[in-house]
Design a protein around this ligand. Structure first.
Ligand SMILES: [Zn+2]
Length: 232
């Protein structure tokens, strides 16, 4: 059995739960992708390109290195593999990446509307704002560059203009939770915008203050990884 089997199983389970929840935009498609970082290696387990997730097995998942080269798996990796790798290379606190076409975050992506901090329990998890990543064609180097340029805010959710959402986290379970929190807040925000009334946001400086708790956890994960680096 592959030494990556447990990672493949995790990615499969999370992908199926996101599919069932409608987060890939359709019930029967593969419009989204999920990956997890292999601990202690520059290797990532990621969903394959263009396959119906409902019929996937763990053996269908791909293992790639940080250059995108295939280590294991019978299929081509996701067309968005470069975007996932850019996150792992630029955000050492991140161990899982989920790209979705979830409906309400995608609504914000076509009106080019970043989302402010609206609820404290959401803000503490996903960050003080959800920024819009400027448009780049799916799988293009433009999209990778545009995502990379936004990652330094250390937030856990981004909206991809005219496309969908990108959620990152310290584990697959956390990243899936951030997908759900993003969708809940985006749904409320879209419907409130549609009412045409003034929207109240969390008072300053509370949003940044709340996220300091999460940034401290990110720092601990970065330090843990650095302690694993071989000396010399
Ligand atoms: Zn997409």
């Amino acid at each position: 059995m592959s030494k990556y089997y447990s990672y493949k199983q995790q990615v499969l389970e999370i992908s199926l739960s996101l599919l069932e929840g409608g987060y890939f935009g359709t019930k029967h498609g593969s419009a989204g992708n999920v990956s997890v970082l292999v601990s202690g290696e520059e290797a990532v387990v990621i969903t394959p390109s263009g396959m119906n997730y409902a019929s996937l097995t763990a053996d269908d998942l791909c293992v790639v290195n940080f250059s995108g080269g295939r280590i294991e798996g019978p299929h081509e990796p996701s067309v968005e593999t470069g975007m996932h790798l850019a996150v792992y290379k630029n955000r050492r606190d991140v161990n899982a990446v989920i790209h979705t076409h979830q409906i309400h975050a995608t609504m914000l992506s076509i009106i080019n509307q970043p989302m402010p901090a609206l609820f404290d329990e959401v803000t503490v998890s996903i960050g003080p704002k959800v920024e819009i990543v400027p448009y780049g064609l799916s799988g293009s180097s433009d999209l990778i560059d545009n995502v990379t340029a936004k990652l330094s805010n250390r937030c856990h959710c981004y909206i991809l203009q005219n496309h969908g959402a990108l959620c990152v986290g310290p584990s697959l379970e956390k990243a899936r939770l951030f997908v759900e929190l993003l969708e809940k807040q985006a749904m409320v925000y879209c419907q409130a915008l549609a009412m045409g009334r003034e929207i109240t946001t969390l008072p300053e400086p509370m949003p940044e203050g709340l996220f300091q708790i999460t940034k401290a956890k990110q720092d601990m994960e970065i330090a843990r990884k650095e302690s694993l680096q071989p000396v010399g």
